[in-house]
Design a protein around this ligand. Structure first.
Ligand SMILES: Cc1cc2nc3c(=O)[nH]c(=O)nc-3n(C[C@H](O)[C@H](O)[C@H](O)COP(=O)(O)OP(=O)(O)OC[C@H]3O[C@@H](n4cnc5c(N)ncnc54)[C@H](O)[C@@H]3O)c2cc1C
Length: 499
């Protein structure tokens, strides 16, 4: 019997059934929508045709990234890459430019690896075949080669495997160095896991963090990268190095966990093991320890892109700046700033709460913020801070980190929330810590602000007067709980599993 070549007409497919709508709250995708979700309007779909709903029908905002998904595309990309045998066989990661964006200098296959549209085995062996057929001794080798990159990926999965949830946090993690960063994670003492919220120990650090996140630091190289992240969901590996170093040990001294959360939210290739592992590497808390080697937001990009094409693309307000000032626009004479249509002024919208919006023009000129701090000065403070943390030499699971007595090993004046001799677990701020198991103890801690909390702590404090200055500093650390933090869906799911 010949096979049919057409499907029979289904006739009238309209259904009239009572539809009970499932509860609409909580709606974790609400932040991704600009109009309401129409996909549940009827059982047969918004158009009554059983079709898969479109992005518009789901009410989702249009994608800002130019990256597209799917296995067909992934395999075509891989085929195109390996067809260039020299590129594939002689790939050396440190020689690829973080400033290249159209096209980028590396494979950009990471989103496909994340979504499963490309198998890492397929990727590895197709590359290895090219290497094997290349003239002997001429191909690059791990760790810098292309297969070396895939080995890094596996290394982080391997590091995560024995630790589970503890891998993604400092508290209770035996594999990571303890550093008293600003904006420490809040900890749930009943299960020793971070809660997904953080304490604001220092308002300045919170401002730096927000300015970093929204690409308003006043350092064009950092801002261009962070805007690329938000727009494209991807940045080159060395670009990730630059922004991660800047936020942690090379500028802001902010907890790497804050940075990892932002990457988790915005990276389209987000992979917990790789993200967390690399943040630990860059913050010199695990995998890497040369903390005195910091990335300059001026000299480093100049090495790759003297004309600042990357900055001009992602920070268009600086597009007309002379190459001499493209990485340090605040140094340009004001007449030139005006000539190039953009003045360097203000704090990037912090005061008006407009970090997330385009800055308003002033006197007909576009506005780019002043640098948020003196970089060489901050780098030095950070290096001294982390040097001290290395000398103290605690790991995340040290009993002193777990019970908060690590503070006695630091000077009050050391960088980070180091005041007092004891306090709540980890680097939490007393105000933010309430022991759910013991409301009375929680109250005591709330009032104690970094002072004695239990017998062990009293022993540590014996013979030490708590002077007025410490008290004053302690009070400075009384911050209102952070608000407006949006949890990603991943974080919510993880938190539920943890509970
Ligand atoms: C702070 C920070 C956070 C990061 N977060 C992630 C993340 O969430 N997900 C992620 O896949 N990578 C992450 N990386 C690693 C790396 O930056 C990306 O894998 C890489 O830039 C992806 O681009 P590509 O596909 O062009 O890489 P290529 O250079 O072409 O490498 C090929 C593949 O090897 C893997 N790979 C390369 N470098 C690394 C590395 N250092 N660690 C782990 N895998 C690597 C990726 O799967 C990548 O697709 C992070 C790096 C840093 C510094």
């Amino acid at each position: 019997m010949p096979a049919p070549i057409t499907l029979p007409d289904l006739g009238d497919t309209s259904l009239t059934v009572d539809q009970e709508r499932p509860p609409q709250e909580p709606d974790f995708n609400a932040i991704q929508r600009n109009v309401s979700d129409k996909s549940y309007a009827a059982l047969t779909g918004p158009n009554g045709d059983f079709a898969v709903p479109t992005m518009e029908e789901l009410g989702l905002k249009p994608a800002t990234t130019s990256q597209r998904g799917g296995e067909t595309l992934a395999l075509a990309s891989l085929a195109s890459i390996i067809s260039d045998k020299t590129y594939t066989a002689t790939f050396e990661k440190p020689k690829t430019a973080p400033t290249a964006f159209s096209p980028q200098a590396t494979t950009l296959l990471s989103p496909h690896m994340h979504f499963g549209s490309l198998s890492c085995r397929e990727f590895y062996w197709r590359v290895q075949d090219v290497v094997n057929s290349y003239p002997k001794g001429k191909a690059s080798t791990p760790p810098v080669s292309l297969t070396g990159q895939l080995l890094f990926r596996d290394m982080y999965f391997g590091a995560q495997a024995p630790l589970g949830h503890a891998f993604a946090q400092t508290y209770s993690n035996p594999a990571i160095r303890f550093v008293p960063w600003h904006l420490p994670s809040k900890i749930n003492p009943s299960n020793n896991l971070i809660t997904g919220e953080y304490a604001i120990d220092n308002p300045k650090a919170e401002t730096w963090f927000q300015r970093w996140k929204y690409g308003r630091t006043g350092f064009p190289w950092i801002d261009a990268l962070m805007r690329q992240l938000r727009q494209e969901g991807w940045i080159h590996h060395l670009g990730r190095h630059a922004v991660a170093c800047f936020l942690t040990r090379g500028g802001c001294y902010v907890d790497w966990e804050r940075g990892a959360e932002v990457f988790e939210k915005w990276l389209i290739d987000h992979e917990t093991a790789c993200n967390v592992g690399n943040w630990q590497w860059l913050s010199c808390t695990a995998f890497y320890s040369q903390f005195y080697r910091c990335y300059s937001p001026v000299a480093f990009p100049q090495k790759w892109d003297k004309d600042g094409e990357f900055v001009r693309h992602f920070v268009p307000e600086l597009a007309r700046y002379d190459r001499k000032f493209i990485y340090e626009p605040w140094k340009a004479p004001i007449v030139d700033q005006k000539k190039w249509g953009c003045v360097v002024r203000g704090d990037g919208g912090v005061e008006e709460g407009k970090l997330d919006e385009r800055l308003e023009e002033e006197d007909g000129y576009r506005v780019y913020p002043k640098p948020m701090f003196d970089f060489p000065q901050r780098r030095e403070i950070c290096i001294q801070g982390i040097k001290k943390a290395y000398q103290v030499g605690l790991r995340g699971n040290d009993s002193k980190v777990l019970d908060g007595t690590w503070r006695a090993l630091f000077e009050d004046s050391d960088e980070g929330p180091t005041e007092g001799r004891a306090g709540p677990p980890g680097a939490m701020i007393a105000d933010d810590y309430v022991n759910m198991d013991d409301p009375l103890e929680g109250k005591e801690v709330m009032e104690g602000v970094g002072l004695d909390r239990n017998e062990g702590v009293e022993e540590v404090n014996a013979g030490r007067e708590v002077d007025e200055e410490s008290r004053r500093k302690g009070t400075q650390h009384k911050r209102k709980p952070d608000k407006g933090q949006q949890m990603t869906l991943d974080a919510v799911v993880v938190k539920r599993v943890k509970r």
